[in-house]
Design a protein around this ligand. Structure first.
Ligand code: CA
Length: 233
C-alpha cells in the first residue's frame, strides 16, 4: 500500500526564509503525516504552487524577493489556486497586521513566536476542510460511506470490495461530491505526479469502480461529463 500513502498523503508548502525555523516546522509537519515542499522566498513559492498544487500553504510574512502578503494576494486572485488554504506567519502581533493578513485572503494567521503544537493544530484544521479523507474522517454521500482508516467502503450497509486504485478514486470523488474532475486531475490525485499513466487508464478504473459500487444493486452514482471527466452524483 505504498502508493496509497504517497497519493493520499496531504501536501503542504512551507515558505520560510529562516533555515532553523523551516527545518523545525518541516520536521513537525512530516511527523504529522504531511509531505513537505519547502521554499525560502516568495517567488519560488508561487512557482511551487503551480507545479506541485499543495493542499495547504504555511507562509511567512517577511520573505525575500516577494513578500508573504504579495504571494497570498496573487494566489487568492487566481481561480485555480484560490481554494488552497493559507496560514500566514508573522512576527508582528499588532492588530492592524492581523486585519491586513485577513484582507489579503489568508485563511488563518499565527503570530511568532508560536507554539509548534498550535501551528500543527491550525494546519490540521485547514486540512480537514480541504482533504477530509487524509485527515482520517469518514466520507459519506447518499448511501455510500468510506472509512479511510479501516479502508472500508459500505453501500446501504453492505460492505463493498474495492481494489486500491478504485478505493483512492472513490475517496477523491467523495471528498468533493458534485465536482467535475478531469481525467488529468484524477490521474494526479489517484496515481501521483511521478507516474506516467495514460488517461484511458482512468476510464478503465472508473469502469471497475462503477461495477464494484453496483454489485449489490442500486444506481450508478458516477456521472460521466462528456469531454471533461467524471463527477459523483
Ligand atoms: Ca521571514
Amino acid at each position: 500500500m505504498k502508493a496509497d500513502k504517497r497519493t493520499m498523503q496531504p501536501r503542504v508548502l512551507l515558505v520560510e526564509d529562516e533555515p532553523a525555523q523551516r527545518e523545525a516546522v518541516g520536521y513537525n509537519l512530516e511527523a504529522e503525516g504531511f509531505a513537505v515542499i519547502a521554499a525560502d522566498n516568495g517567488e519560488d513559492a508561487v512557482l511551487l504552487v503551480e507545479e506541485d498544487r499543495p493542499d495547504i500553504i504555511i507562509l511567512d510574512w517577511m520573505l525575500p524577493r516577494l513578500s508573504g502578503i504579495e504571494v497570498c494576494r496573487q494566489l487568492k486572485m487566481r481561480a485555480e489556486t484560490r481554494g488552497i488554504p493559507i496560514i500566514m506567519l508573522s512576527a508582528r502581533a499588532e492588530e492592524v497586521d492581523r486585519v491586513r493578513g485577513l484582507e489579503t485572503g489568508a485563511d488563518d494567521y499565527v503570530v511568532k513566536p508560536y507554539s509548534m503544537v498550535e501551528l500543527m493544530a491550525r494546519a490540521k484544521a485547514q486540512l480537514r476542510r480541504v482533504r477530509p479523507a487524509t485527515a482520517g474522517m469518514w466520507l459519506e454521500h447518499g448511501d455510500l460511506r468510506l472509512d479511510p482508516e479501516s479502508h472500508r467502503v459500505h453501500r446501504a450497509d453492505k460492505v463493498l470490495k474495492l481494489g486500491p486504485t478504485e478505493f483512492r478514486l472513490l475517496a477523491t470523488l467523495l471528498e468533493k461530491p458534485g465536482r467535475v474532475w478531469s481525467r488529468e486531475h484524477l490521474l494526479d490525485r489517484v496515481w501521483g505526479r511521478d507516474i506516467y499513466v495514460d488517461t484511458r487508464t482512468v476510464d478503465v478504473h472508473v469502469g471497475r469502480l462503477r461495477k464494484a459500487l453496483c454489485v449489490h444493486g442500486g444506481d450508478d452514482p458516477i456521472r460521466t461529463v462528456r469531454g471533461t471527466g467524471y463527477a459523483l452524483g
